[in-house]
Design a protein around this ligand. Sequence first.
Ligand SMILES: CC(C)(COP(=O)(O)OP(=O)(O)OC[C@H]1O[C@@H](n2cnc3c(N)ncnc32)[C@H](O)[C@@H]1OP(=O)(O)O)[C@@H](O)C(=O)NCCC(=O)NCCS
Length: 337
Amino acid sequence: MEYAARITGIGSAFPKNRVTNDQLSQKMEALGAKTDDQWIRERTGIRERRFSDKNAPQEHNSSLAYKAADKALEMAGKTPDDVDQIICATCTPDTLIPSTACWIQHKMNARRAWAVDINAACSGFIYGLSMGEQYIKTGKVKLTLVVGSEVLSPFINFTDRNISILFGDGAGAAVVERTAPDASRRILSSHMLSDGSLWELFYIPAGGSKLEVTPERYHQNLNKMTMSGKEIFKVAVRTLTSFAKTALDENGMTISDLDWFIPHQANLRIIEAVAARLKLPMEKIIINVDRYGNTSAATVPTALDEGVRDGRVKKGDLVLLDAFGAGLTYGSILLRW
Ligand SMILES: CC(C)(COP(=O)(O)OP(=O)(O)OC[C@H]1O[C@@H](n2cnc3c(N)ncnc32)[C@H](O)[C@@H]1OP(=O)(O)O)[C@@H](O)C(=O)NCCC(=O)NCCS
């Protein structure tokens, strides 16, 4: 390969509206579903999440993504004119056509870029980063913008106690640029796998081409997320652990070499179980699920952004990104920041 790829800028954006567990419980109770702050905190570690205002154009998926991208470009010292490629990982696009990536391109006026969405659910940012990295390695692209952005709140069934407590809205974006193949600061490797046979553990039945949303299906909540929480929990712990190990093994490294672990933020208890299996101290894990819930493709880039901006992630640190999601999809990326 002619080049390697490195993240040179990172950014995130969230909607304004904070919804605490108490506020969520009230909303759910009005619909006949019971939960409470203590249960949610004990089982998930989530205290609050953000829900976007559907009537506010600045809080549409592509607008949050645009804001995150703008911050990432600023950190990298680049402008929209420098962007060759936009990869947007999302399962909650603004519109089915055109792609959210095209909306982002339009909003940022990145006239030289070609733009595309990918859907790998919560593993989306890792899949997108790996795909962008390949274009950079071959020399086809100089600068790619990889976005993980979701507005999940319209797909929450607030009468489903498992679903409604977990999810939130937000966006993260990374500027990825060329560097020398032997540079120390670069993406070291990526590892991905999908298992479509497990689709039923987490899916949205209606709204695609297979099953239209009719008034009747809408009232049955068939256009909302449905999930087997317990099964997903087990698969998540197993695969996050094994993909973390694979990334380290393939680079001849061990857990003690790691400076930061940034796993998909679905549930703090999943993260704790993985940390215990990896024998990794919780202090080495960047966590934002407590304040934002599960923002799907946005959890990994927003947590990375937080770690970089508050000074925890420093130049040269070894960082492991690790995710699982609907599909099911799994993936990890090891990089030197
Ligand atoms: C959803 C999740 C928090 C549920 O936690 P859990 O411990 O598995 O809970 P269970 O569904 O087994 O329910 C345990 C009990 O709590 C109750 N309960 C479930 N949800 C509740 C809620 N929101 N509030 C209060 N009680 C609740 C159940 O009714 C059950 O009561 P019972 O024992 O009297 O029957 C957990 O399974 C999870 O996080 N799974 C992973 C999901 C995930 O990561 N999805 C994203 C994939 S990218």
